[in-house]
Design a binder for this molecule. Structure first.
Ligand SMILES: *[C@@H]1O[C@H](CO)[C@@H](O)[C@H](O)[C@H]1NC(C)=O
Ligand SMILES: *[C@@H]1O[C@H](CO)[C@@H](O)[C@H](O)[C@H]1NC(C)=O
Ligand SMILES: *[C@@H]1O[C@H](CO)[C@@H](O)[C@H](O)[C@H]1NC(C)=O
Ligand SMILES: *[C@@H]1O[C@H](CO)[C@@H](O)[C@H](O)[C@H]1NC(C)=O
Ligand SMILES: *[C@@H]1O[C@H](CO)[C@@H](O)[C@H](O)[C@H]1NC(C)=O
Length: 558
């Protein structure tokens, strides 16, 4: 197997070398990174149930950010983008543009929205003149580059950093609000590299278009009865129900893409993605994240060498013909892991969140937890792996369960990379899936194995009465283990309004620039909004946006 892999990779390198003769091969073009388990093998702790993930490993972060691409909530919650991905807007896609300046269709360097609820906010005019709104259809596949996070939020906390690197090869905090300069320079770079659009997100997804005529045609350019949004005088606004309604509906249209599969009108090429959580590509950020919460992860602080490497990689992936990737549907590979574990981990956390003094409840819950675990692990519970009854009672390491752990951890990825070619981005994704599934499987197998020995497994119930005191201790430990696992995974599928919202409500996450205003000014006019003081981003819910139910009908309230 190894030699086949080596030969395939060698062949890939040879082909890649011909295809990208001008671009120097990056140093990680060797096959060691394919063998994620090698560092465990060296110290033979690969399938040790007590050996957790490496503290600096970022597989969980790569996994979750990639699994959240183009989803509104995940990228509103963690505003600082860490991923750049090329993609395509397919033929036939309809895009919208509200003209601020009157009856002029833009030809270059301007924005389009994916929803008219968003573009109409920019359709400006008086009641007498109405306003001008353009609808476009994509006429040939439009190559775009997507920046994840709240990448259209003009705030100084780092939302613009990945764009700054592409446009200017350095952070330019003094230009945080200078989108005119940004679109000019991103498009200058983009057009040279075959990119006609830059996809970003704030209240909804938007695309900076470099050339309006090369990939789109005008379907309509209409003089509309405008929204009559209240004037720019912020004091008028909190009470203006029309204004509030439009703003609410804009957020409502964004909510259609709040979770998986997200905004599907942009089709990303996962085999070409670049992640600032890639420790091989961007080693300079590793020490900057030590002991730092995910909310505070930044791209700022990256070394000049790493910026160069990122830009080389970007040039490389944009030049690479698509056939040089494996053809693996990474979006689905990641999603099937989340599908398989998310709801069961969630229900286990619920089952274990009890006071441990009530013995009948404790034993009932412990059995139910064990039933969940057995279901999750059933495809890997080899008959031969089960310990002979009574024989391992004293062996605390539960090493008999290693084959279950291994089967669980390798099932999603063992076939990937053994044949065919993987791009550097795909190798990063493979490692992310491996690190993530290894930890899920380690923790779940560990709990199941100790429950099995304690007589909780539904198929192997204890001969005598269960030892409640022992199970009490186990449940306490399991609860901590599951908490730790779930906060390490930090999957956005678990972040939602609990309990669910009522029929007249919608679940909402504070989104820039809405919800970033003092309570007495919930909806200032658009231009004034951007001039209001920015709340302390290191405080409370501004730093850690929390879901809440808001009304979807008048009277609104955020
Ligand atoms: C944006 O940057 C350009 C180039 O430095 C400058 O000329 C322009 O005045 C800036 N605009 C704003 C609004 O800062
Ligand atoms: C935009 O694209 C059209 C059609 O491909 C081309 O004729 C025109 O020169 C382009 N404009 C710019 C500014 O690049
Ligand atoms: C994690 O990274 C920091 C900074 O690079 C380093 O000092 C530390 O030794 C690393 N820890 C481990 C366990 O590798
Ligand atoms: C555990 O239960 C308490 C009380 O029912 C609840 O407030 C808390 O949010 C729960 N914790 C988790 C992690 O579900
Ligand atoms: C536990 O069992 C494994 C194999 O079954 C053995 O290698 C290990 O030494 C045992 N550990 C203890 C503490 O008995």
């Amino acid at each position: 197997m190894r030699s086949v892999t080596k030969a395939a990779v060698w062949l890939f390198l040879a082909v890649e070398r011909v295809l990208t003769a001008q671009i120097p091969l990056s140093p990680d073009y060797h096959d060691e990174s394919l063998d994620f388990y090698s560092h465990f093998e060296r110290d033979s702790r690969q399938w040790d149930l007590d050996e957790p993930y490496d503290v600096n490993a970022t597989g969980n972060l790569v996994f979750e950010t990639v699994n959240s691409l183009l989803q509104h909530w995940a990228n509103t919650r963690y505003r600082i983008g860490h991923t750049i991905v090329p993609g395509i807007v397919p033929v036939g896609t309809i895009l919208y543009h509200g003209a601020i300046t009157g009856p002029h269709i833009p030809t270059a360097l301007d924005w389009v929205s994916v929803e008219p609820e968003h573009s109409m906010i920019f359709c400006r005019g008086t009641v007498e003149t109405g306003c001008w709104h353009a609808t476009f259809a994509v006429t040939r596949p439009m190559k775009v580059l997507y920046f994840d996070g709240s990448s259209a939020a003009n705030i100084p906390e780092g939302t613009m950093d990945t764009q700054d690197l592409v446009a200017w090869s350095e952070m330019r905090p003094e230009w945080v609000s200078n989108d005119t300069q940004r679109i000019r320079d991103l498009c200058k770079w983009g057009l040279k590299n075959g990119i006609n659009g830059l996809v970003r997100m704030e209240m909804n997804f938007e695309i900076m278009i470099c050339n309006f005529t090369s990939h789109m045609e005008v379907i309509s350019f209409s003089n509309l009865d405008n929204f009559r949004l209240a004037s720019d005088n912020p004091t008028d606004l909190p009470d203006d129900p029309n204004n509030v309604h439009q703003v609410f509906e804009m957020m409502h249209s964004a909510s259609w893409h709040e979770n998986y599969p997200g905004e599907t009108r942009i089709i990303l090429d996962y085999s070409a993605l670049i992640s600032f959580y890639d420790n091989d590509l961007v080693p300079s950020l590793v020490p900057r994240r030590v002991g730092v919460e995910r909310w505070d992860h930044r791209v700022a602080g990256i070394s000049p060498e790493d910026i160069e490497r990122v830009k080389d990689r970007l040039a490389q992936v944009l030049e690479r013909p698509p056939v040089t990737a494996s053809g693996i549907d990474w979006k689905t590979v990641l999603r099937s892991v989340v599908d398989r574990y998310a709801s069961r981990l969630d229900v286990m956390q619920y089952l274990m969140n009890i006071t441990l003094d009530d013995t009948p409840v404790l034993l009932d819950r412990a059995r139910k937890v064990q039933r969940q675990l057995r279901t999750m692990l059933a495809p890997y519970i080899l008959l031969a792996a089960l310990p002979p009854r009574g024989s391992v009672e004293v062996n605390a390491t539960n090493s008999w369960a290693a084959p279950v752990f291994q089967g669980c951890a390798t099932t999603h990825t063992s076939s990937i990379g053994t044949s065919g070619i993987l791009t550097p981005s795909e190798r990063l994704l493979l490692r992310a899936v491996r690190e993530t599934t290894r930890e899920i499987c380690r923790v779940t197998t560990r709990i199941w194995a100790s429950g099995f020995i304690a007589g909780l497994d539904p198929l192997y119930p204890a001969d005598q009465n269960l030892d409640a005191d022992r199970i009490r201790i186990l449940m306490g430990e399991w609860n901590e283990d599951i908490e730790r696992l779930m906060s390490w995974l930090d999957w956005s599928v678990w972040v939602k309004c609990r309990p669910a919202c009522g029929v007249e409500e919608m679940c909402y996450l504070p989104t820039w620039p809405l919800g970033f205003f003092p309570p007495d000014h919930p909806f200032p006019a658009w231009n004034s909004a951007l001039k209001l003081p920015w709340p302390d981003p290191n405080e409370g819910e501004w730093k850690r946006p929390q879901h809440k139910c808001i009304r979807r009908l008048e009277p609104y309230g955020f």
